[in-house]
Write a protein that binds this ligand. Structure first.
Ligand code: PLP
Length: 326
């Protein structure tokens, strides 16, 4: 029998199925919630401090009043994974989900039995739930579909704050999922028509040996994006540039790829069915993911392949998420 996972919630560790928030919570009323999702490699948390930094920046801008410090939250994350390890298999990785909501709105505070103040939640589930089924994408690549749904620009609601008002990302996913063919992932433009980001990932092109990212303006500035630009690429002496990217530039690129915490990097072999480069995963993509694998001591692609073989586990098939489409 699998043991039930535990969730840290407002000072206590409770059973995952008991972790609930009120219908009067500001998260439900306004999507008023900041969050982070992390991963481990070989059970070691990757860039957890950076995720917590990003979370606290969002909390500061949204004027949340939290009683815990970054260091305390870090320790809670470590403890949550430790308590959940018995419910995980040996080859599992931890996917922490840190959710912070403002709590119930003032007018509901007097309702009996309601938790007042912010909700601080740290959950933990196996990373394979998110990436299982994706192993073929490292070889086939994805087709980025440029959706009519655009990003919300930062001067209207800043996507750099990782928040749960994510309807526009979901709309882009739904739109991409209506496209014919397989492996269609949404790619969104900003209001000026420059490429911004995917619905759960950041985008890069490579041209003449230079790694190019859209400027970090109308997007979530991914921890993965930052790792690739500031650590991985320099290790391989690949020059990095941030600039406005038009669709034309992407069509003309030698390579393109997307990146995000759960799957690290996936090649973009076409955009709107137009081949990028030779339509196959590029050489620099391969070098980057190889270097990443050696840095963390895990063959990133093989690990997902191995989870793929395990057909007895939950499937997310037919669910509209950033990673699976009907
Ligand atoms: N962009 C969006 C909209 C995201 O939701 C995510 C991750 O969830 C990313 C980019 C990639 O961010 P990270 O590398 O921090 O996972």
């Amino acid at each position: 029998m699998t043991r039930e996972r535990k969730v840290y919630m407002n000072g206590k560790f409770i059973k995952e199925s008991d972790a609930k928030i009120s219908i009067f919570d500001s998260a439900l009323m306004f999507g008023d919630m900041v969050f982070e999702m992390t991963r481990s490699f070989n059970k070691k948390h990757f860039k957890l401090k950076e995720h917590i930094e990003r979370l606290f920046t969002g909390l500061k801008i949204l004027r949340y009043d939290l009683s815990i410090t970054k260091e305390e939250l870090y320790d809670i994350c470590i403890e949550t994974a430790r308590q959940n390890e018995p419910a995980f298999e040996k080859d599992d990785e931890h996917r922490l989900m840190i959710d912070v909501s403002r709590g119930v709105l003032g007018i509901y505070e007097d309702i009996d039995g309601i938790h007042n103040g912010p909700n601080i939640i740290v959950a933990d589930f196996p990373l394979k739930w998110t990436v299982k089924g994706m192993s073929k994408l490292y070889k086939s690549g994805i087709n980025n579909v440029v959706t009519s749904q655009r990003v919300i620009p930062s001067h209207l609601m800043d996507p750099k704050i990782k928040n749960r008002s994510r309807l526009f990302y979901l709309m882009a996913n739904i739109e991409a999922s209506l496209f014919k063919g397989e492996n269609n992932w949404a790619l969104m433009l900003d209001p000026d028509g420059f490429i911004a980001e995917g619905s759960g990932d950041n985008f890069f092109i490579i041209k003449d040996g230079v790694l190019i990212s859209p400027e970090g303006r109308n997007m979530l500035r991914g921890i993965t994006r930052q790792y690739i630009m500031e650590e991985l690429a320099p290790r391989l002496n690949i020059p990095v540039k941030e600039k406005n990217i038009e669709l034309f530039d992407a069509y003309e690129a030698d390579e393109a790829f997307i990146c995000a915490t759960p799957f690290c990097m996936i090649p973009v072999t076409s955009i709107n069915s137009v081949k990028i480069g030779n339509g196959k995963p590029g050489e620099l993509f391969k070098s980057l993911i190889k270097e990443w694998s050696s840095m963390v001591g895990i063959d990133i692609i093989k690990q997902v392949e191995n989870w793929n073989k395990d057909s007895s586990k939950k499937s997310t098939k037919n669910k509209v998420t950033p990673y699976k489409f009907k």
